[in-house]
Design a protein around this ligand. Structure first.
Ligand code: AMP
Ligand code: MG
Length: 319
């Protein structure tokens, strides 16, 4: 792989051609950097799983430039159209019944009858999807189970030669993966993964969602693993104090003293800023030479739910 390139009309055109040729292109979205491949080519989609070391049972999200591009792929009901009108383009993924014969590779959906789709708002992602002219799978551009990339340099560090081209769009503004909502059943809307669009925003449109927090009947998302987003160092949550050999992820003004290195997700206690910094600071804390990464509690609703989800997984026992 060469160095990340700035996105301009000629590099975006070239990236679109690489995707159509079955190659992998990493690109910025508002959530994290995606590892893009043509969703209609089996071999291209298989390359994504191989590059990430991703389990084959973990289905991929298909990225589209607009709602019109979704019509031939899935059945959109009234709820899906309301949410698309309210939140697309943006960090919301909808799981919907797939239209048979929609051309999407069976590897992308892990053989399911449903398809997860998203319309990203990032201008580089938008331009690339239009240049490709195909539906594009784009999981996070990092090895499966590790910390997601929010800078082009993260992708280059993590995936190296597997990627034909990296478009460098700077820092991802949201910094957390999309919220995944399952609308495949008419009788319930299920939150499969909290993410960059807060649950409360969806509930303001649809009413209460089921899952995932603390719900024993919680809908299981295929491929969602307890351990994910894991730095090399172990992670300790809800830290009220710090040991000398620990690196600290802090939030707000109440910062426990004595850490080997301290990274404040948002000194002013702003959740959007904390989300945007989360993965880059987890990576930085991991490089600080500490024995462990301690993280202060991140209280509250809205984006805090997704931040806590990522931190919980980063701290989960690894297999
Ligand atoms: P990632 O690409 O790593 O952001 O993960 C995408 C996530 O979306 C997967 O881990 C699944 O949990 C979820 N997903 C994708 N496709 C489907 C589907 N057809 N049904 C349910 N969940 C899905
Ligand atoms: Mg990922």
């Amino acid at each position: 792989m060469t160095q990340p390139v700035p996105p301009d009309p000629s590099t975006i055109e070239a990236a679109g051609a690489l995707l159509r040729a079955g190659r992998l292109v990493a690109f910025p979205t508002e959530t994290v950097y995606g590892l893009g491949a043509d969703a209609t080519q089996d071999e291209a989609v298989r390359r994504v799983y191989a590059a990430k070391g991703r389990p084959a049972h973990n289905p991929l999200i298909v990225h589209l430039p607009d709602l019109a591009a979704a019509e031939p792929l899935v059945h959109l009901d009234e709820r899906a159209r309301l949410l698309a009108a309210a939140f697309w383009p943006g960090p919301l993924t909808l799981v919907l019944p797939a239209r048979p014969g929609n051309g999407i590779s069976v590897h992308a959906t892990a053989g399911l009858m449903t398809l997860a789709i998203r319309v990203p708002v990032h201008p580089v992602a938008q331009a690339l999807l239009r240049a490709a002219g195909r539906p594009v799978v784009a999981p996070s551009a990092n090895p499966s189970g590790r910390v997601s990339p929010t800078r082009a340099a993260h992708v280059q560090d993590d995936l190296g030669p597997a990627v034909a081209l990296v478009l460098d769009g700077g820092e991802c503004p949201v910094g957390l993966e999309s919220t995944v909502l399952d609308l495949s059943r008419p009788d319930r809307a299920a939150l499969l993964r909290p993410g960059g669009l807060p649950r409360e925003a969806i509930e303001a449109v649809l009413g209460p969602l089921v899952g995932p927090g603390g719900d024993p009947a919680r809908p299981a998302a295929p491929g969602m693993l307890a351990s994910h987003y894991a730095p090399a160092a172990p992670v300790r949550l809800d830290a009220k104090s710090v040991a000398p050999r620990e690196a600290l992820l802090a939030f707000g003004t109440d910062v426990p003293p004595g850490a080997l290195a301290t990274f404040n997700l948002s000194p002013s206690g702003d959740l959007a800023e904390a989300a945007a910094n989360l993965f880059a600071m987890l990576r930085a804390a991991d490089r600080a030479g500490a024995d462990r990464i301690a993280v202060v509690p991140i209280p509250g609703a809205g984006l805090a739910e997704a931040i806590r989800d990522r931190l919980r997984r980063s701290a989960a026992p690894r297999s």
